[in-house]
Write a protein that binds this ligand. Sequence first.
Ligand code: ADP
Length: 307
Amino acid sequence: MKNIYFIGECMVELRAMSAGTLHQSFAGDVYNSAVYLKRCFPQVTTSVVTALGQDNLSKKMLQRFESEKINTQLVFAHDTKVPGMYYIETDEHGERSFIYWRNDSAAKKVVDFLDSDALEQLSQGDMFFFSGISLAIIEESARKHFWKVVKQLKDAGVKIVFDPNYRARLWNSVEETKEQYHLAFTLADITLPGVEDLTTLYDVHSVEAVVEYLKPYQIEEIVVKNGPESVVTKEGDTLQSHTIIPVTNVVDTTSAGDAFNGVYLGARLSDKPISSAVQLAAKAAGAVIQQPGAIAPKDIFQLAMAE
Ligand code: ADP
């Protein structure tokens, strides 16, 4: 049985509904990817590695992970911290705005829990995934230990997977981000960047420019996402362009990239070739953006995937 670990943060989501009502759910890039991977590839053991608190919302979040059949062995409970939270509101023009409370979240402490037992378990994995958001939320003082863990896993034969998923507001400076991304690209076996993410950082404006930028790094598999335009992959020296069928009824693009990543990696872990992995991932992302929120209702999602 193949297995993958997603390290990062899942937050409490508060969505503004009509008449002053809030709808509460859970979301966060690595969790979203884990959910969609597991829904499409139930045979792949899918784990989230994060830290929550001892509070009731943390308990509910853990139950939600379990209800999505996500492995929670490496979901740690911090003594005093609580989960991060965000509020999302959509105006009459469909524009979304967010407010975050995540600067003191339990997830920022996740690396502190990565002791030798955890490392032993992670070393048994086939893939270890982190994103630019995971890197940004980890406390600066824990970075050294984090990179040591990543190196050890790579040496143990675990495939290192990185999605830059750049969120400027989570970083102190562009220089700091670039320094961390350099380490990530150096260690990555697979990377799944979006063109937009890298434009701000490296002044690259096309899929070709992204591939060119990543050339000096020894990355085995590169998957460049470019919204509805196309997906370009590079495996070794083989470059392939994949056509995406644009969705006309886009409701909410939240977690398009996360769904894509999860399903792509699930397909690769299930020995599917890159082209079918991209098609399945694009189909999943296309289904997710026709629903509001990060996590589409399971039945609607399964129906869309079965079409
Ligand atoms: P991110 O969410 O990481 O910024 P993208 O916007 O590139 O990434 O979207 C990720 C994937 O979602 C794309 O590769 C594509 O498969 C799918 N996608 C995004 N927007 C659309 C769209 N309008 N129509 C169809 N598929 C889309």
